[in-house]
Ligand binder design. Structure first.
Ligand SMILES: Nc1ncnc2c1ncn2[C@@H]1O[C@H](COP(=O)(O)OP(=O)(O)OP(=O)(O)O)[C@@H](O)[C@H]1O
Ligand SMILES: [Mg+2]
Length: 285
């Protein structure tokens, strides 16, 4: 199944012009990668206190993500993936270690400052879509712009553009219940895009979707990554991770493996080889 070659990179802090593998080979980074990592964490720790019990969810994570990368975060349940995403997404603060987002040391900011950075730089996509049931697709997509200081007409226009970017311009007035799972996730992707984020964080975005719909979502995300958006995506499925140029594996709150896939699979090409279930049903009926 695995069509990509994978080798373990030997990443060192400060090493930015090319990736040196443990076997000594050097791979130049694609031209879109800037020298400065967009995300850099050092010795990141996070503990949750439950009464007298302390859960050490992250036990010292060091990681750099370059602008333009598409990284999958993998690992067993409870290994700290979502905790890591919450910290990277400025939704929560670490107990220890440091985090630079686009060169800015954010691990020392307070909650209001974190919220401001989050709204400007980061879009989120979740497994359960997290759409408002009573709002239309367009209404959902417009929500993150409420605090962006735009007037209603501009919000509407941008919302429609975002829906168009995910191929859903013709579903703008549909409620989530009137959309398929894949369409709902595309509305959520459109919502993550409206504030023009540099980074999209997706926590198991295909976890509730069937295999073809999952690949459709990966095709949308690969298209956004092609336009330069950095994406970090949590997944339990090796198949989904094979669409990402880098696979980072967590275990017990630490990164235990970091693999580059120089030629990740292209979802748009794989889709051509997959049956369309809706069409098959029509033929039967
Ligand atoms: N809010 C919380 N309060 C207390 N403990 C928590 C909290 N969130 C996570 N944990 C604990 O921290 C550890 C890491 O959890 P996390 O949600 O990051 O795992 P995960 O890798 O995302 O797992 P999954 O694949 O099941 O989503 C787990 O032991 C979990 O029980
Ligand atoms: Mg999780």
């Amino acid at each position: 199944m695995e069509r990509t070659e994978s080798r373990l990179p030997n990443r060192e802090i400060g090493q930015s012009n090319g990736i040196v593998y443990r076997d000594g080979a050097v791979e130049e980074r694609p031209r879109t990668f800037k020298g400065e990592p967009i995300i850099r964490v050092e010795a990141l720790t996070k503990e949750y206190r439950m009464g007298s019990n302390v859960v050490r969810a992250l036990r010292g994570v060091d990681l750099e993500v370059q602008a333009g990368e598409f990284a999958a975060v993998m690992g067993p349940s409870g290994s700290g993936k979502s905790t890591f995403m919450n910290l990277v997404g400025c939704l929560d603060r670490p107990n220890g270690g440091q985090y630079w987002l686009d060169g800015l040391l954010v691990s020392s900011l307070d909650r209001d400052e974190l919220a401001a950075i989050r709204n400007r730089k980061i879009g989120f996509i979740f497994q359960g879509f997290n759409l408002l049931a009573r709002a239309s697709a367009l209404g959902n997509v417009m929500l993150p712009m409420l605090y962006a200081g735009l007037n209603a007409r501009d919000r509407r226009e941008r919302g429609l553009q975002a829906l168009e970017a995910v191929g859903l311009a013709d579903r703008a007035q549909h409620k989530p219940s009137e959309l398929s799972g894949g369409q709902q996730q595309r509305v959520a992707i459109a919502r993550s895009l409206v504030n023009d984020p540099a980074i999209i964080l997706a926590d198991e975005p295909t976890g509730n979707l069937d295999s073809r719909t999952s690949v459709e979502v990966m095709a949308v995300l690969q298209g956004l990554n092609d336009q330069g958006i950095t994406i970090i995506l949590v997944t339990h499925e090796a198949d989904i991770a094979s669409y990402c140029g880098r696979n980072v594996t967590f275990k017990d709150g630490k990164v235990v493996r970091d693999t580059l896939l120089p030629q990740p699979r292209r979802a748009a090409e794989v889709l051509l080889t997959m049956p369309v279930i809706g069409e098959a049903e029509e033929v039967v009926a």
